[in-house]
Ligand binder design. Structure first.
Ligand code: PMT
Length: 404
């Protein structure tokens, strides 16, 4: 694939966090896509990774000193600030984020960030308590207001043993953010609405019903549709994922909110892909105060949530409809029932439970439509989404030959 990144000059700032060990992989991925990468390290970063390693993978001498007399004779920090098409700070520590927010210029990296006109992205990486601290959050808000793009952080286990938000995004995700996607024409002119992630149905002010959906499958489908040229609106339940720039994202919490967002976006859409794991039930009444632990047993009355996909399927003149079926048993039979009862054009069935489907990077699908089926073997959800989108485009063109 020819990359639009072939002439892009990326300045990668590395600050002092354990996630710096992922920097060589990030440099490699950016270069694989044709970018030139100039690494600038802070003193702290040098405690975690050597200049020699980064010089070897970037193919350029690493810069770290503001007071490098040879370089500064030629105003090295200004030269670097002008050289970059884009600056990415990864990992970005709490300290560096604070310095950036406050306009410090006390080392090479912070100085050139002040001097540049290039867009700046940061990939925060720190302990979850440091990330949650009001000081860090205020700095991040300030940076966002100034146009700095904040990539992540992700949630998960941390080097210190804590679990929570604060992990740096993986190099593959960062590289995908930095490199403009080469968009195909396969679905150009088509507006697609995608649902992703779980919904949350409130029980009382502090509790809710939800499920294990991470949103990975739905975000991958949205990205693949975007790469295929479609205009994409992603309606997402609460997840810790970033959508690609270019994809319009609408955040919702409940099934009712998801239905309302979908219906308003479908007015001029040709395609609807429902990957969300919408909660099928909600509390019949939501308690206004926290439910107290008074009896040994407690019963909760549940009421059905709206079936978003079935509602769209029953509408007048529905768009091309692709559903997902998450099944623990009788996958084919249950998927075909949903294909027919929800009046779908296609359904992608996945076996879930026992560590399959939900909250995994990999998945496998069997896609059914009226008169056919296709197996898509276990692979990364991004690759799987590309295969699915190819098939959606084929089936869509068959149903709407005039759009060819
Ligand atoms: O998010 P991940 O961690 O990556 O996991 C991916 C996934 C397992 C959630 C995904 O691959 C998947 O299977 N999504 C559909 C989950 C689901 O709710 O399936 P279902 O068989 O219960 O529903 C059938 C279809 O109806 C789905 O397209 C669903 O979005 C839709 N639905 C269901 C209930 C409801 N109230 N409204 C709906 O629109």
């Amino acid at each position: 694939m020819t990359s639009l990144a072939s002439t892009r000059k990326i300045l990668l700032g590395i600050t002092g966090g354990i996630a710096a060990y992922k920097s060589p992989d990030l440099v490699r991925r950016l270069r694989e896509q044709g970018a030139q990468v100039q690494v600038v390290m802070t003193r702290g970063a040098q405690e975690f990774i050597t200049e020699q390693t980064l010089q070897a993978v970037s193919g350029l001498p690493v810069r770290s000193e503001l007071w490098d007399h040879a370089a500064e004779a030629a105003m090295g920090h200004i030269e670097l600030a002008r050289w970059a098409d884009e600056i990415l700070i990864a990992p970005a520590t709490a300290d560096f984020i604070a310095r950036l927010a406050n306009g410090f210029a006390n080392d090479l990296l912070s100085t050139l960030c002040l001097a540049t006109r290039a867009p700046i992205s940061i990939a925060p990486a720190m302990n979850q308590a440091m990330w949650a601290h009001p000081a860090t959050q205020a700095n991040v808000v300030l940076l966002k207001q100034r146009g700095v793009r904040v990539l992540g952080p992700a949630e998960g286990e941390q080097a210190c043993g804590d679990v929570g938000l604060g992990r740096m995004l993986e190099p593959a995700e960062l590289a995908a953010w930095l490199m403009p996607t080469q968009r195909e024409k396969l679905l150009s002119g088509i507006k697609a609405v995608v649902t992703a992630g779980p919904t949350r149905e409130r029980i009382d002010p502090v509790r809710f019903i939800t499920n294990r959906s991470s949103g990975k499958m739905g975000f991958a489908v949205a990205e693949a549709l975007y790469a295929a040229g479609a205009e994409v609106v992603l309606v997402s339940g609460p997840v810790h994922l970033n959508a690609l720039a270019g994809i319009e994202r609408i955040n919702v919490e409940t099934a009712d909110e998801m239905l309302a967002a979908v219906q308003s976006q479908l007015v001029n859409a040709q395609l609807f892909v429902a990957t969300a794991a919408v909660s099928d039930y909600r509390a019949a009444t939501v308690a206004t105060s926290k439910i107290k632990k008074t009896a040994d047993a407690l019963s909760l009355d549940l009421a059905r949530t709206p079936d978003i996909l079935a509602t769209v399927g029953a509408s007048v003149n529905p768009p091309f409809l692709v559903g997902f079926a998450a099944e623990t048993d009788n996958v084919e039979c249950n998927a075909l029932i949903k294909l027919n009862s929800k009046r779908l054009d296609m359904i992608a069935a996945n076996k879930v439970g026992d560590g399959l489907g939900f909250d995994k990077d990999d998945n496998a699908l069997t896609v059914y439509w009226h008169g056919g089926q296709r197996e898509m073997c276990l692979c990364n959800k991004r690759d799987l989404a590309k295969q699915l989108v190819q098939l959606i485009a084929e089936r869509y063109r068959e149903k709407h030959p005039a759009s060819n």
